[in-house]
Ligand binder design. Structure first.
Ligand code: AMP
Length: 533
């Protein structure tokens, strides 16, 4: 017997068409470099995305060719999310925080044909332009200044598009976007998303227990649009006609708070480091700095300390904590309270919310121990998380399949070590390469950092392994104190002693000015290991 259902291809174009038809009045707000606000309607967005597609086709873009973006978060970048695939092209978001050498390497590896770049990022482009043979450089006049003659002006490019436009024909497995992993070791690797993977991820990630974004919401993505497609949130916003508030280049917590006060988003997203510095402002002057009432926060990309979730709760925000990776589109787990835990005490609730959460539907997840066997979900057995599913990468762009990334039976090896409890809550202990093995026993750096960041004098903490002649490795804690607060290494060890065995306590505590960040705003442990080798 055969199923009788239609086999129409999943397509981002359906999301764009729907947005144009059903939500023409929804708004897109973008903060410009001079901090003024640009306002566009979804009707503008629909028209301009299609214009971009038409202009790219007229410029000779062929199916599957890459159009790179080097842009902040704003409405034109959103137009690229939909306009480039509508032309049959692949949007390749370049990470503007990488070193120029790395950006050049990535753009060449991806064979980017065209580039769309913010005028305010032209000085960055100049540092690698000679090394990448972009055929056409289209400059978005984000600052409002005239675009230099040697480039194509984005607005003129759109204005010159032919009147009639037909979507480029495609299959659901055709590529729409690509991102390179942040690559803390070795060269970055390209992940290529398809219409199908993106639409399925959007439907999955917007479930009520996950993002739960509805037309009544308004969303402020602080997560860069070059970081795993802004976690896929823009696709959900377009699907449901949701107002978007883009902060542009202004990511200082004071700027974010003023934008939140002006536009009252109901949902914000970003990595924990952003929220660590914002919490400091909120605590410093609760009269002056306020969050929109009841705002929901999606936090991921690194572990969100429990103490910080509690701080935000005090300021009226609820935090949803997720784990995932570029290779997973990126969502893998989300922390929410399952029904059997709704009556748990406050402490248990916060403990749960600080875990990585419950595995998402439409994917498979397993824990594989050091012995190569699947580990039980008992909350203590640890193993590497392996995943598979329709929005998970099965290979990298033009890289020979590596056994350390993909198993012979078709699973992605995430490189994250975790335990899963009987309720299905995942607790990430570490990256495999960040684990600390002392005297043959593992110490979780994530657990130790979370505990340290719960100390009232600690603003940030990262724990790394340092070589030790006797024990193999010992933990070293790098700590940034809050301004005006004091704590000694002994104070911090006593604070940790409540939650860790004596042999696990760090022998060394280094007080530093700031913890170095990766290009996506996470603690950069490779750098710390170099500093304290
Ligand atoms: P990226 O592909 O840049 O988003 O990095 C993915 C990696 O970030 C994962 O493999 C984890 O090591 C880390 N990560 C993401 N979310 C979390 C989280 N909630 N807790 C701990 N680590 C996380």
């Amino acid at each position: 017997m055969r199923a009788t259902m239609m086999r129409t291809p999943l397509s981002l174009n359906q999301l764009l068409e729907r947005a144009g038809r059903l939500y023409p009045e929804s708004q897109i707000v973008s903060r410009r470099p001079d901090k003024s606000l640009a306002r566009h309607s979804f009707a503008d967005f629909y028209k301009r995305s299609r214009k971009l597609a038409g202009a790219l086709l007229a410029a000779g873009l062929k199916k599957g060719e890459r159009v790179a973006t080097l842009c902040w978060n704003h409405h034109a970048h959103l137009e690229c999310y939909f306009g480039i695939p509508a032309a049959g092209g692949v949007m390749h978001t370049l990470n503007l925080r990488l070193a120029p050498d790395d950006i050049a390497w990535i753009a060449n590896h991806a064979k980017d044909r065209f580039l769309i770049v913010d005028d305010v990022l032209l000085p960055l482009l100049e540092q690698f332009r000679a090394r990448v043979p972009f055929e056409k450089i289209i400059v978005f006049p984000f600052s409002g200044a005239a675009v230099p003659n040697e480039f194509t002006d984005y607005e003129a490019f759109l204005a010159g598009a032919p009147e009639a436009f037909d979507y480029a024909p495609h299959e659901e497995d055709d590529p729409v976007a690509m991102c390179y992993t942040s690559g803390t070791t070795g060269r970055p690797k390209g992940v290529v998303y398809s219409h199908r993977s993106t639409v399925i991820h959007t439907l999955m990630a917007n479930q009520p227990d996950h993002w739960c974004l509805a037309a009544r919401d308004s969303v402020m993505p602080v997560t860069p649009m070059f970081h795993a497609n802004c976690w896929g949130v823009p696709y959900a916003c377009v699907m449901m006609g949701i107002k978007m508030v883009f902060p542009g280049p202004h990511l200082h917590p004071e700027d974010l708070l003023s934008l939140m006060a002006a536009e009252q988003p109901t949902y914000v997203l970003g990595v924990p480091t952003i929220w660590i510095s914002m919490a400091q402002l909120l605590e410093s002057d609760p009269q002056k700095y306020r969050l929109p009432q009841g705002v929901r926060m999606l936090v991921g990309g690194a572990a969100m300390p429990e103490a910080l979730i509690r701080t935000y709760a005090k300021h009226g925000a609820s935090v949803s904590h997720g784990w995932g990776m570029t290779e997973m589109s990126p969502l893998g787990t989300v922390s929410y309270l399952k029904p059997e835990l709704r009556n748990a005490g406050e402490d248990e609730k916060f403990r749960r919310l600080a875990m990585a959460g419950v595995p998402a539907p439409i994917m498979d997840i397993r824990l594989i121990g050091d012995d190569g066997r699947e580990q039980p979900w008992d909350g203590v057995s640890m193993g590497e998380i392996q995943v598979r599913g329709p929005f998970i990468a099965g290979s990298y762009h033009e890289v020979a399949t590596e056994p350390e990334k993909f198993t012979a039976d078709g699973w992605l090896r995430t490189g994250d070590v975790a335990a899963i409890d009987r309720h299905g809550y995942v607790r990430i202990a570490d990256r495999t390469k960040d684990l600390i093995k002392s005297g043959g026993e593992w110490i979780s750096s994530v657990d130790m950092e979370n505990r340290l960041m719960g100390h009232e004098a600690v603003q940030e903490a990262a724990v790394i392994a340092v070589a030790d002649a006797k024990w193999g490795e010992r933990p070293l804690a790098c700590v940034v104190l809050k301004p005006g607060k004091a704590a000694s290494a002994e104070d911090l060890r006593s604070h940790l002693a409540g939650a860790f065995a004596k042999w696990q306590l760090p022998d060394r505590v280094e007080f530093i000015e700031a913890i170095p960040r990766t290009s996506t705003g996470k603690f950069w442990k490779v750098k710390l290991r170099e500093m304290f080798r």
